[in-house]
Design a protein around this ligand. Sequence first.
Ligand code: PCA
Length: 203
Amino acid sequence: MCKKILLTGFEPFLQYTINPTMEIVEGLADSVIGDHRIVSSVLSVDFQQAGKQLLRQIETTKPDVIVSLGLAGGRYKITPERIAINVNDGPKDNQGYQAENEVIDQGGADGLFTTLPINQMVKQLKEQGLPAEISNTAGTYLCNHVMYQGLHYAKSHHLNLPAGFIHIPASHQLAIEHGNLPSWSQADLTRAVTICLQTLSEV
Ligand code: PCA
């Protein structure tokens, strides 16, 4: 039986009229990459719902790995994230809720390191000629929130469940609609994520 990767993306938010992570996860749904079948889910940009949606998906899918994707408008490279921090902050979410300096989990660790092979991901991407580097901050908005929730779930349930987050640049279509963003083709974004997912069968 194939192992499973739970691959999540996000809906559009703020000034980003489309979210290229949505297209990636929908395009890869049910495909097999290395030893894994992809189970896809698009999460809401909503502080009250996104964590719950992720945990529900984990409990129904019972994945062997969790990889979450988010748009980092303005970044030039594929950036696997090193750490999630126990903070919600930032602009209004899609429900109009503005988190300000909140903790995600009372009593939870201040920070949780990714358990994905991020060095290997960056190395493979560069070998394929794709710009990539590890990022040392996933911010304090929904992407950090979802990364923290996944890592916290695995840790608090004592599961051997690698989890983590990859931020990606804008797609060309989004860059045109937005007007001022570095961008990649949607096909190259999907190829980059596929390369990252492939490393999960090599470790
Ligand atoms: N990026 C945002 C939230 C949703 C997304 O795709 C972030 O970086 O937090």
